[in-house]
Design a protein around this ligand. Structure first.
Ligand SMILES: [Zn+2]
Length: 435
């Protein structure tokens, strides 16, 4: 007997890759076979990723090619979603406590689950979004339903997996992303990158999408369609963000989406407001601009660890070289999206084995360090959107005992992005006190 769990649960499978015996068993369990393409308004679409197939190259779908080539004449098997996860009365062993405002949001999430209404959670960076979803997850699991917790970012998924596994030790949980070696299983909780959702159809009772405004999800039509199609018709989706995109806020205004707002960090202290520094000369003036150098020297004297954010990799590398020349004793690392050792390096910083981490927007979110000064170099670069700057500033002050970590923005032009980011942080702090 084959382990059918490797196939079940609303998976979209390429029929030609399956052996006939398995196909027979899957069909008996209620799976269906569909053509790999469908026509709409005289155009051809891929049944897996729902993207249009370009006529010039119309023999296969290019959009989801990296998940295995699907030819237009192929057939797909959509596996049955009838899964039995058994019954758990109290699936959650997490015994942390939620603050009053977290509890309020947590209740709203459970209400949305029972009313099957899609819901947006706008919670400031460091509000404890993940923990707030735990009572919801518990409710979903004890109802015997299936949930996917997704993020566009692999790092976020990898960090989520042990936390959720610890909180729900008796529940089957799978972690799936492009680089994972764990084979697919029809688990009750699925933690995955949003890309993985392309492989599912009406598979989940509940879908939670974290960091909904972040790359590569924001503005990606294929991923937006994947989110829609992977949830069952009778089911609901939660969107989590500290910086929600305006499309979702418009849906809230139109009454299509519920909303919970959380302006307060879990420790009750305000968000650190960035200190803005206008530079009269470029960052690389005299190798390292004296004003920046002065700040770094002070951090070294205080033995304070820090993060330096750069708009791009070449600038980061150049600065790294100069910094190392000027301060040879400083232990530092640099990480970017192109770095295969990224996760290991971040771990070194987390364990206090290096004092400084130089990075790009890759670490703007999803990472939590205690006691860290955050510095943005060339904050006026186009790579730093308002959202990026808010997220980066949100890396500071995340621990209760160092809630007032400093944030510094260095720039030559005080542009609209910097202005809006600072204004929004101020506004959120005002709301935390007054709303
Ligand atoms: Zn496709």
């Amino acid at each position: 007997m084959n382990n059918l769990n490797e196939f079940l649960g609303g998976r979209i499978l390429d029929l030609k890759t399956l052996n006939p015996e398995i196909v027979g068993q899957l069909l008996e369990l209620g799976s269906t076979i569909v053509p790999a393409t469908f026509e709409k308004q005289q155009q051809l679409f891929c049944s897996r990723c729902l993207m249009r197939i370009n006529n010039n190259n119309g023999s296969y779908c290019r959009s989801c090619l990296n998940m295995g080539k699907i030819n237009t004449t192929d057939q797909l098997l959509i596996s049955s979603t009838r899964l039995n996860f058994g019954f758990q009365k109290r699936p959650m062993t997490w015994n942390g406590t939620l603050t009053q405002s977290q509890q309020k949001v947590s209740k709203e999430l459970i209400e949305a689950f029972y009313n099957q209404i899609d819901h947006l959670i706008w919670a400031v960076t460091g509000a404890g979004k993940t923990e707030m979803t735990f009572p919801l997850l518990s409710e979903i699991i004890s109802s015997g339903k299936r949930v996917a917790f997704c993020s566009p970012r692999v790092d976020v998924c990898i960090e989520l997996f042990p936390r959720i596994s610890d909180a729900f030790p008796k529940t089957t949980i799978g972690l799936f992303h492009g680089k994972s070696e764990q084979p697919y299983m029809a688990t009750q909780i699925v933690i995955a990158t949003t890309h993985q959702l392309v492989r599912f159809e009406k598979a989940f009772d509940v879908l939670i999408v974290d960091e909904v405004d972040s790359y590569p999800l924001a503005g990606n039509i294929m991923l937006e369609r994947a989110i829609d199609k992977s949830v069952k018709e009778i089911g609901n989706t939660y969107y989590l963000s500290a910086t929600p995109p305006k499309e979702l806020l418009e849906k809230v205004t139109a009454g299509q989406l519920g909303i919970s707002k959380l302006y307060q960090r879990f420790h009750g202290h305000p968000l650190p407001e960035p200190k803005c520094h206008l530079l009269y000369k470029a960052t690389n003036f005299l190798k390292i601009n004296p004003r920046v150098k002065f700040t770094i020297k002070k951090l070294l004297n205080d033995n304070q660890r820090f993060m330096l954010f750069f708009p791009n990799i070449p600038q980061m590398k150049d600065f790294e070289k100069k910094l190392q020349q000027r301060f040879p004793k400083l232990k530092l690392i640099s990480v970017s999206s192109k770095d295969p050792d990224r996760l290991k390096k971040v771990q070194l910083f987390r364990k206090n084995q290096v004092q400084a981490i130089l990075t790009t927007t890759i670490l703007e979110r999803g990472v939590t360090f205690k006691n860290v000064t955050v510095i943005v170099i060339d904050a006026d670069s186009q790579e730093f959107s308002k959202t990026s700057l808010i997220q980066i500033a949100g890396r500071a002050g995340r621990a209760a005992d160092t809630y007032d970590d400093e944030v510094h923005f260095y720039y030559q032009n005080y542009n609209i992005q910097i202005k809006m980011a600072c204004a929004e942080i101020k506004y959120l702090n005002w709301c935390a006190k007054n709303v």
